[in-house]
Structures are given as structure tokens and as C-alpha cells.
Design a protein around this ligand. Structure first.
Ligand code: AMP
Ligand code: MG
Length: 309
């Protein structure tokens, strides 16, 4: 447990710098923070939460000025950011192609969800760290979002490096997520009311249909497909196949020679892109154990290998 004072922020920032995870309060709920540029740190977020899928995470930055260095900014973004940042609003915008973010943060999507939190502890942590922090809610997957340090500790103790104790969260609801890629769209209702958003824009906003757009299988399937067909659970490669390995096997690229699932998750998207660039006839993939992060890795591999339409 870290106290939110100079010593606590220095320690928390140092842990983030080492790729460790630190939970911290925001005005919405407690976030489970990791360096958004560090593949291993982001993989650890999914591991600590026990998430069965690599869904995209929200990146937290200290100001709209910093946000603009990561995404293609628009007039609507400008109006909303001026009105509601810092605050419980997340904007989804096109990710700048040359960004230094881990592809795991966006689940390899070409868009980024980004937010400037208002909570003083979150602000001080971002300032002390000086980099973008990926942070979903600090609870095990499928459990209720935490609004106190005690909640975080009850759910994640032993799985994360530190918790900045900033008392109870004021809003207690997740941030409102607004998509600005195809006209303003409410992707998730949250702490900022829709009416406030519409008043700031001077126009009604569209609603996204029920369910999470990004984890809807149809949309994901095509996005994750490399150019070459894929064959999974391969222990013996055939002629024309290039192996994306796992464990101590002879392979073109290896997700983790040591058989470490966190390392494999950290490498997954980067290695898929790299395999694709080699233009093999077929990408064969070693079996990945179907437990822990292996479940999320296998979920993505199945989508990538799904028949193309
Ligand atoms: P959490 O960080 O757990 O509060 O959840 C993040 C939410 O933001 C999820 O519902 C994601 O689907 C959504 N999200 C994150 N990135 C994007 C994106 N690039 N486009 C649309 N939605 C996103
Ligand atoms: Mg959550």
C-alpha cells in the first residue's frame, strides 16, 4: 500500500518504469495502471485481471496536449476535451501510426481510447511517471469495479506491485466512452451524462448497439487475420509452413522460448505482424496452453485463423 505523498509517487512511478503494475484512484473507479509503451507491462495487466480476451484498454495521460500527440485530433474532440477534461470522459480517435504504444493496449486496432483523469492522485502519478498509463478497472475479470483501495487489495493482492491509497472514488462509475471516428457515438455510458455531451456538441449523439463493438466476433475476425492462412496447434510443420513457435522448438519466430505466457502475450501482435511481413505460404502456430493468459492468446489466434469472408 503506497501513501499518496512525494515518497509514494516516486515509488509508484519507479515501479511503473520497471514494467510493474500500480493501482491508483481516479474519479471514476480505481485503475490498474501499467506503462502503455511496455508490452510486458500491458500483458501483466491482462494476467493480473485474468481477462480471457485482449480487449483494448484506456490510456491515461495528463493533458489534452499530450493526448493530441497520440491521436488524430478533430474539432469535436477539441470541444469535448475543453468542456470535460480532466474528467470521466474517454475519447476514441484514430491512433497516430508512429506511436510508441504497445499494440496490446489497442488490441492492435487503428484507434485509441484516451482520457485525462481529474483525481489529484491520478494526476500526480501521471506527472511523476511522465508517460502514458494503460489502466482498466483494478478488479479481477468479471468482478465489480473497485471504488476503494481495500476493494483493490481484496481482489488483486499478491498479483500487483502496489496500490496508491487515495480513499473512495467520487463518481463510482466508469468513464463515458465516446467514439469520434464515424461521427460522435456513445460507446459506453458512464460518469459523464449523455445530455452534457450533446449540449457541448450542440447535436444529438448516436448510440452504439448493445454489446461491446470491439469484442463482437464479426468485427474482430477480419481485423486480426494476417495475409497468409494459419494453422493452429501445430507440432509438426508441413512443407511451405513457417512456424510461430512457443516453447523450446525450432521456429521462424518464437512467442516465448521459455514457455512463458506473459512474454508470449507481450509478443503476440508484434510477432503476428512480423510473420505476415515474411509472406509465408501458411503460418503455423505451436500449441499454447489454454490456461491463464494462454486463453486470451488462443482466443486471438482462433480469430486470426478463422475462415476469411
Ligand atoms: P476498461 O478499460 O476495462 O474500463 O474498458 C475499456 C473500454 O473501452 C472497453 O469497453 C473497450 O471496448 C473500450 N475501448 C477501448 N479502446 C477502444 C477503441 N479503440 N475503440 C472503441 N472502444 C474502445
Ligand atoms: Mg472494468
Amino acid at each position: 500500500m503506497l501513501t499518496p505523498d512525494a515518497t509514494g509517487y516516486t515509488r509508484a512511478a519507479a515501479l511503473l518504469g520497471e514494467g510493474q503494475l500500480v493501482a491508483f484512484p481516479t474519479e471514476t473507479v480505481y485503475g490498474l495502471g501499467g506503462d502503455a509503451r511496455n508490452d510486458m507491462a500491458v500483458a501483466r495487466i491482462f494476467e493480473a485481471k485474468g481477462r480471457p480476451r485482449f480487449n483494448p484498454l484506456i490510456v491515461h495521460v495528463p493533458s489534452a496536449k499530450v493526448a493530441r500527440t497520440y491521436v488524430d485530433w478533430t474539432d469535436e474532440a477539441d470541444r469535448l476535451a475543453s468542456a470535460f477534461w480532466p474528467g470521466p470522459m474517454t475519447l476514441v480517435l484514430p491512433l497516430k501510426p508512429d506511436s510508441d504504444l504497445s499494440p496490446l493496449v489497442t488490441a492492435d486496432l487503428p484507434t485509441l481510447a484516451i482520457r485525462v483523469p481529474e483525481h489529484p492522485v491520478a494526476k500526480s502519478l501521471l506527472e511523476a511517471f511522465g508517460g502514458p498509463v494503460a489502466a482498466p478497472s483494478a478488479n479481477p475479470s468479471g468482478k465489480i469495479s473497485p471504488t476503494s483501495a481495500a476493494h483493490v487489495s481484496a481482489g488483486l493482492s499478491g498479483r500487483i506491485a502496489g496500490i496508491l491509497d487515495g480513499g473512495t472514488c467520487g463518481v463510482g462509475l466508469e468513464s463515458t466512452i465516446l467514439g469520434l471516428v464515424d461521427g460522435p457515438t456513445l460507446l459506453r455510458p458512464g460518469g459523464l451524462p449523455q445530455e452534457a455531451v450533446e449540449a457541448a456538441l450542440g447535436a444529438p449523439i448516436a448510440h452504439h448497439q448493445s454489446g461491446d463493438p470491439l469484442t463482437a466476433p464479426g468485427q474482430m475476425t477480419s481485423h486480426y487475420a494476417p495475409g497468409a492462412p494459419m494453422r493452429l496447434n501445430v507440432t509438426k510443420i508441413r512443407a511451405g509452413e513457417s512456424l510461430l513457435g512457443f516453447g523450446p522448438v525450432e521456429a521462424r519466430l518464437n512467442l516465448s522460448r521459455a514457455g512463458d505466457l506473459t512474454e508470449a502475450a507481450a509478443n503476440l501482435f508484434g510477432h503476428l505482424h512480423a510473420m505476415d511481413a515474411l509472406k509465408p505460404e501458411v503460418i503455423a502456430v505451436s500449441p499454447i496452453p489454454d490456461h491463464g493468459l494462454g486463453r486470451a492468446i488462443n482466443d486471438r489466434l482462433r480469430r486470426a485463423a478463422a475462415p476469411r469472408t
